[in-house]
Design a protein around this ligand. Sequence first.
Ligand code: ATP
Ligand code: MG
Ligand code: MG
Length: 588
Amino acid sequence: AGLVSIFDEGWLRRVYDEKPVTAVRSRFPPEPNGYLHIGHCKAIAVNFGFAKHHQGVCFLRYDDTNPEKEEEQYFTSILDIIKWLGFEPHKITYSSDNFDRLYELAEELITKDGAYVCHCSREEVNRQRGGPDNRGTRYACAHRTRPIEESMAEFRAMRDGKYQAGEAYLRMKQSLPDPSEGNPQMWDLPAYRVVENNHHHRTGDKWRIYPTYDFTHCICDALEGITHSLCTTEFQQSRISYDWLLERLDMKVPKSNEKGPMQREYGRLNVGGTILSKRRILMLVEGATAEKKNADGTIEKKVIPPSVRGWDDPRLYTLVALRRRGIPARALLNFVEELGVTDALTEIQPPRLESSIRKHLERTVPRQMLVLDPVKVVIEDATPEDEQDITVPYDPKGTIPGERKVKLGREVYIDRSDFREEDSADYFRLAPNKAVGLYNVAFPIRATSFTKDSNGHVTHIRAVKAASEKPKTYIQWVDVATAIPVTARQYNSLFQSDSPNTLDWKTGGWAADLNPHSEVVFAHAVIERGLKDLIRESESSLHPSGSSDRLVRFQALRTAYFCVDIVGSTEDAIVLNQVVSLREDKAK
Ligand code: ATP
Ligand code: MG
Ligand code: MG
């Protein structure tokens, strides 16, 4: 990170300069209807970061106006992730805290002739708005001119249960009949609706009517004293209705940013090659039943089993998944900063994220020797003096402090892929009569012979010290006697397609595109005993990476970056997740 932050110059600076108050107050307003994804990381960095930079405060506001979709697990996880990213909400609020006040303001709006109760069908409202493409002539709703007292009585009737969902709406009296108003956000938007499954997790059965986003958001911003209301550009068209409502309620002054909140819109962060939509992730998490209509009209049901282990499966791009995969919070925030913030959409592919994470890990995590597919090598002429503890720095370049003791024994594991039964001139690792170096060991080894089982699998290799030879390559190894068995999982793209969003999500066509190699499991991997020290150090504050989340991350030499899985590991059954590869992957 440079000395100049995204808040010092550019788009975010200009937003501040438009309203340069001393007490900045911002908010992050997620809907508690799913887990946050990588795009939300930008929203968190922008909102919390903006307040922090200007010595202000940022609220976490759960936008809980849609009782049908909310679940407790989402509330908990959202706060947990914000804290993991290193931010602390100044205050936690809920849109529902303001339900009483919002209702009063709705009545006030009716009294000011700024809203009316409408009983039109969805189709009729669409016609009022110019039909299917909004190309036709727009006209006013028949209820628009009803007397104020009548709207008031009907609004109270809505509240008191006279109407079913869809039978009545409170609509804002904006500019629907005005032919010169081309912004659909001004075509008499609904402010309140009747909800059928009306039970709310915080207000219980008190309300049968709930305010819409367009009515709620700006008023909550104003009630909470938000100064800068930063949201994504799909709300650009809403800025005018945001201001309209606040001005009608005297919470804002026309054409001025002096009083009330100021909404500004930045570009979303989208990651290609994966899916971020909550609804689609749910299909991956829970599986799905797809319905396909055959030519003869019959309907075929296809049950698609779950394709990931949960919302935190490391192959997903939810923030819980990225955390579990081992991506450090700091690295994610740096990445968002690197991309910068403007009003343009930022569309990236996973390799760009991975390369940024890799750069971060390169300078922050210790090295370890891990063997994914072990085969035993017996160094037949090793003497008791050769069998020793070798002191090795956590980082040969010395960027990360600390060292560990690596045990060398007479028997070591090397990776099966580092041995060949037949040597050739262009091959530089272990083979009969060819020497290879072992990292940090004083002498290279030369293979003499090997044994195979009935399946033709090499079971062990015999070797001798080859002190006089100059090996072309050094490989990782693990002492057999002290090796820790681990399960290592490597991850590849979940889909074969580069644009899974364009797959057929309606009739289950996406299932055929799932990458069968999205997870590759090495169930018999081994790692140096030093991993236990890293785990212990992470529990105290000595962890060489200095990370705050206590996850154990390391670079497995010649293999990949890994992280100890926090969910699946036990004391004696350690599971490792690949964070990122060492180099950009050539193929999937
Ligand atoms: P999605 O549709 O992807 O589920 P959402 O917009 O419905 O997301 P919210 O819970 O409303 O999710 O999001 C909370 C905040 O995060 C909003 O201010 C929203 O603008 C912002 N946000 C959501 N997705 C992104 C993204 N991809 N990039 C940047 N900010 C985002
Ligand atoms: Mg939203
Ligand atoms: Mg959404």
